[in-house]
Write a protein that binds this ligand. Sequence first.
Ligand code: AMP
Ligand code: GLY
Length: 423
Amino acid sequence: MKVLVIGSGGREHAIVWKLSQSKKVKKIFCAPGNSGIKEIAELVDVKPDDVPRLLDFAKNNKIDLTVVGPEAPLVKGIVDIFNENGLKAFGPFKDVAMLEGSKVFSKNVMEKFGLATADFKIFDNPNDAKKYLNEIGVPIVIKADGLAAGKGVIIPKTIEEGLKAIDSIMVERIFGDSGNKIILEDCLEGEEASMLVFTDGKTIVPLESSQDHKRIFDKDKGPNTGGMGAYSPAPVVTKDMLEEIIKNVFRPVVDGLKKEGKVYKGVLYAGLMITKNGPVVLEFNVRFGDPETQAILPRLRSDLADIMMACVDGTLDKIDVKWDESPCISVVCASKGYPDEYEKNKEIFGLEEAKKIKDVIVFHAGTKNENGKILTNGGRVLGVTSLGKDIRSAKLNAYKAIEHLKFEGMQYRKDIGNRAIKR
Ligand code: AMP
Ligand code: GLY
């Protein structure tokens, strides 16, 4: 079968890498991909949200399955459009992609189906939001309604900072229409975990749990990023906790949406806060996490193409999804300046040496190939990944690989995995 993967991050490299192991997959294209993906797939120079050109490409090349990595094309309705043209695409339809496309939609779904989530209020004008903030004070969480490239959540330290955030979202409109509405919600305490499930709208199959590291610096200091590293499994998600999450989070959402005639197919990601009172949903994403996927997929023993096809075809109950017991860790190497403005076009050295280390996989994110040299081309550049007999050895091995890697201004966290090791 011929597969098209859409996206260019570490997540997409991990997806392409796993799909390339399938006996059924004869050819993989990736739009637009990166220099790591180029080693195992043919790159197609089309942007992820250019749905008409992606459709043309898929039609002309008789693609059997398109796998959508990032959220933007999903929210634009790429899966609906491909379906209308007789093409199969892995990912949710537009009406349910709104679980990520609109935090207001998402919170309303959570409330309607009885999920545990932080108490919240929705505002469509800045004055009311500011009045409420002045009344309630901090800590509080401010969220722009729409997509904001992972930057739409602000946890202000002071009321003044919060008032400024409301202005920048709703008055200066730094996220455009994504800031037409905002949510102010209670700030929860606990340990975060990412739980992802495959679903065809009926059957729900959990992926192994994972934990992301959102802040740029060690010990969770500094600004939020797209994610600086991840490991799987997350010890906080015990077997009982997983059951509770399926029963009280995923089952009610998948069944509730179905009753409304909205079938959720694809991967559904719940960002959870594991509180004293159990798991509470912070957000839904309608795609694989990045960098969680880089730590999860190396542990998957089953054929990813089979699983994805089964999600699309509604036959997930026929698939036995197996996992490796070995934990996995993925450490992000980022460009100088990230998550703000960052440098690009720095040559990356040591990739071959790093890759030679047993159990190590170096997933590329912002990289490109120019005249035989591999250069940085994004904020997050590499995801240095290792399996291990336990999380400690996975960590040691990943950091051993990083010692071989070098590019000007390279920054990475030294503490990925520590939380799991301490437990
Ligand atoms: P989200 O994009 O909703 O996942 O939010 C990004 C990050 O903000 C999360 O990973 C949490 O660290 C934090 N966050 C979001 N909502 C809350 C909340 N209600 N309480 C505490 N932290 C939150
Ligand atoms: N790692 C967070 C995300 O993928 O949204």
